[in-house]
Design a protein around this ligand. Sequence first.
Ligand code: SAH
Length: 390
Amino acid sequence: MIPEIILLKGEEDRLLTNHPWIYNNEIYSDDVAAEAGSIVDVLNSKKKFLGRGFYNPHSKIRVRILTHEKEEINKDFFKKRILSAWNYRKSLGYNDFCRVVFSEADYLPGLIIDKFQDYFSIQTLSFGMEIRKAEIVEIINEIFNAKGIYERNDATVRVLEGLTEQKGFLSDEFQTEIIVKENGLQFYADLAGGQKTGYYFDQRENHAAIEPYVKNAKVLDAFSYTGGFGIHAAHYGASKVISADISKPALDILQKNAKLNGLEKKIETVEANVFEYLRFLKDGNSEFDTVILDPPPFCKNRASLDQAFKGYKEINRRALQLLKKDGYLITCSCSFHMLPEFFMEMLKEAAMNTGKSLQIVENRMQAKDHPVLLGFEESHYLKCIIARVV
Ligand code: SAH
């Protein structure tokens, strides 16, 4: 018998519009004898079945929905879901390097699987996925005949689930430095030592999208990490690229990446806090044709939104000050709390403050191997706006 969670009256609306989370304060009866990570059924106040999912008494997100059917949740269920996610990616032409599973958006709450040819970097960020990790590893081996699997569970969100942060091999040890191929270019990624799962696949299509805006341009690639944007810019014909990041290890890899692609002559790296560096550039009257801003998330919760808004505005305002007329600003945010309309408002204010007029030429989001589940706005996290200074 599967334990049942009964919702308070009126608390089913979000679920009915496809949002997969039930919060602790939406539940009428939560006296179930269910352990963290086990399967429960969710019923509305009239006891109508709504869905089945992972239970977690340690988290404010008490249930994460896996299905709206009364189907058995076993290894076969997870294998079908992972296969379906993989088939979708393959149908779009992804093959060697991509995100195979994007958590809730693929109806696999808390599970991230990134594929680096025959090697995999995974995260189990929900209690339900964590206790099924061995099963997930078996499935990855069955579907992909993996040469190696590494877990990047050194993610702070795990703490909210009552899990510890950890990382390590889930297979025999292997060389974790791998060369990623993206848009015809090559990038070193370290599955064990890099940020998140080792590489940001979510910017792949945005990296390619900059081509028309960097030709013969002097480009500033701010928050460069290992050169995702900067190396693309150099490849697409920029005359000069300055890549700035606060992380020395990321810049060391960037330099290796530049050499790997034969572009080292065009790229200069600067180890700096971008907030200060932008000010320094302005003081030195530097000018750029294109400025790229791809900062880390400035807000991880709603409470820090105001502060984050100011942070985004600050860097965008400073970037605009450095841009020539007819130049391009390529500006990103990967905080989902910074909703697309807030991001646009921020940009409007930044432009107003600098007395510059902008034309929005592209309004982009994350790559297609990170699909957005409609109704689950948290899955639409990446914004990438390309604007022209007129
Ligand atoms: N543009 C990259 C991804 C950027 S991730 C790509 O396309 O692959 C965000 C980067 O911002 C990280 O490398 C991190 O080291 C850097 N970072 C965070 N805070 C910073 C700061 N204040 N100044 C400079 N870099 C910072």
